[in-house]
Write a protein that binds this ligand. Structure first.
Ligand code: FES
Length: 106
């Protein structure tokens, strides 16, 4: 079963068994994980689903599209080299991803 491990803004670690095809944002919201707002519902227009991907896992993810890259300049907490928008990360069968949420999304 694919898995996503979230570190919430207060440091709590939540491990979720994820459904292939869902986004990481959907996985968080459906399971009540704290720290992702996802105002736009995943339509790539809010940047409130910002996460930091564990550094050794960044290169395993599909490269971001230009629009995600642009939206990441508008996050509440400054982007880092390991920043992604979690609505753009799609869970696959062999997923074992670790992400940390920023202190705030707005
Ligand atoms: S949920 Fe709005 S950009 Fe990801």
């Amino acid at each position: 079963m694919p898995r996503v491990t979230f570190t919430e803004p207060d440091g709590a670690v939540v491990e979720i068994e994820a459904n292939p095809g869902d986004s990481v944002m959907e996985t968080a919201v459906r399971n009540g994980v704290q720290g992702i707002v996802a105002e736009c519902g995943g339509s790539l227009s809010c940047a409130t689903c910002h996460v930091f991907v564990r550094e050794d896992e960044v290169d395993e993810l599909p490269a971001m599209e230009e629009m995600e890259d642009e939206m990441l300049w508008g996050t509440a907490v400054d982007r880092q080299p390991n920043s992604r928008l979690s609505c753009q990360l799609r869970v696959t069968e062999d997923f074992d991803l670790h992400v940390t949420m920023p202190d705030t999304q707005v």
